[in-house]
Write a protein that binds this ligand. Structure first.
Ligand code: PLP
Length: 383
């Protein structure tokens, strides 16, 4: 059978084109850092942190080396006893629990909700023990976890809420008290990543911590810089985890583009929603009416999970790249076998790993390219 081809190459992400549009500003930013030779803790680091903080409604931003370090530093700042339990979702990127495991804390997995993919607050409540030190909520694919309920649970039980906000920078959540909360600023600490493919990506590795508490921000700043607030005076055992000046300078340029990029992703998502809602073979991503969605990923569920891989192969042959985030739940990873979980313990996470498929979504995806993707998904299901 002769398969159709896209009008122009469809990419999962087009960083080359995104950067080409910003080329003069990126070049100038790079040159300025080169000329200053202030490669570590140069002025752009503080400037970027202040600008991102302003974008996030006045939060304190502590830059660090990557999103995984941000999670490590967030947990270090809680000063939990060895072996304390950290509740994490079973359906997430591994970094969420890797940080806890590395620190000698015990990751405790809980299942996620089948519609939003985010951590199930009832499962969190059921997993609390006197040893629980923290709950990590991941705002998966760009939509906030239930910050209202998770915030209430963590306050009631005196455990810290950490928000892994690597995928939802700029999303907001409507709280019952009328406040609109920025993702990453509700819990004790929020973390984010500037990995190149994230919604705000740098040109290498980068990350940051977010908090509304100035004392926590000072502690995090110290921990990220060898536990010192004053050079050669080490209050705590810390990390060497700093955002390079060069990356901060580039991020200042890219941050200006973030609101427009988010709006472009949301427009792509709205077109997918409208066109794919009628395809019976799949479920479009569910929206939590209290949260905005910044669509780091547009993730559908194939109703007959047995056909997911077939759909992916078909789309590939038609020139439509897709990804499976994530093919294995964390308890099925060999590195975490020591936690002692069994297959079948987290049925929703396990089901999702077999049923999800993320379609191309990025700010420069054209309507024509998107119509092609929609047409191919529909054709596969005989629409
Ligand atoms: C990307 C990501 C991380 C890790 O960020 P790095 O900068 O790659 O270390 C952590 N958690 C989630 C949910 C992520 O998507």
């Amino acid at each position: 059978m002769i398969l159709p081809a896209p009008p122009s190459p469809v990419l999962l992400l087009d960083l080359v084109a995104e950067h080409a549009a910003l080329q003069p500003a990126l070049n100038a930013a790079m040159q300025e850092v080169l000329d200053s030779a202030a490669f570590i803790q140069g002025p752009a680091v503080g400037q970027f942190a202040a600008e991102l903080g302003e974008y996030l409604g006045g939060a304190h931003v502590v830059p660090c080396a990557n999103g995984t370090d941000a999670l490590t530093l967030a947990l270090m700042s809680l000063e939990l006893p060895a072996g304390a339990e950290v509740i994490v979702p079973a359906f997430t990127y591994v970094a969420t629990l890797e940080a806890a495991a590395l620190l000698g804390l015990r990751p405790v997995l809980v299942d996620v909700l089948p519609d939003t993919f985010n951590i199930d607050p009832a499962a969190v409540e059921a997993a609390l023990t006197p040893r629980t030190g923290a709950v990590v909520a991941v705002h998966l694919f760009g939509q906030c976890a239930d910050l209202e309920t998770l915030g209430a649970i963590s306050a009631r039980h005196g455990v810290a809420l950490i928000e892994d906000n690597a995928q939802a920078l700029g999303a907001t959540f409507q709280l019952k008290n009328g406040e609109t909360a920025e993702a990453g600023t509700v819990g004790a600490v929020g973390t984010t990543s500037f990995f190149p493919s994230k919604n705000l990506g740098c040109l290498g590795d980068g990350g940051a911590l977010l908090t509304c508490d100035p004392a926590r921000a000072a502690l995090l700043r110290q921990l990220a810089n060898h536990g010192q607030s004053q050079k050669y005076h080490h209050q705590r055992i810390g990390l060497n985890s700093r955002l390079d000046t060069l990356q901060a300078a580039l991020l200042r340029v890219k941050l200006r583009q973030l609101p427009a990029n988010t709006a472009a992703r949301q427009a792509v998502a709205a077109r997918y929603d409208a066109a794919l809602a009628g395809v019976a073979g799949i479920a479009i991503p569910a929206r939590d009416s209290r949260s905005t969605h910044v669509f780091h990923q547009y993730t559908i569920q194939v109703r007959d999970a047995g056909r997911r891989d077939e759909l992916q192969h078909y789309l590939k042959r038609c020139g439509v790249p897709t990804m499976i985030y994530y093919p294995l739940p964390v308890h099925a990873q060999p590195a975490y076998a020591y936690l002692g979980y069994q297959a079948g313990q987290f049925p929703v996470a396990e089901h999702l790993c077999g049923a999800v498929l993320s379609l191309p979504i990025h700010p420069l995806l054209t309507v024509e390219q998107q119509e092609y993707v929609i047409g191919r998904v529909g054709a596969f299901f005989g629409n």
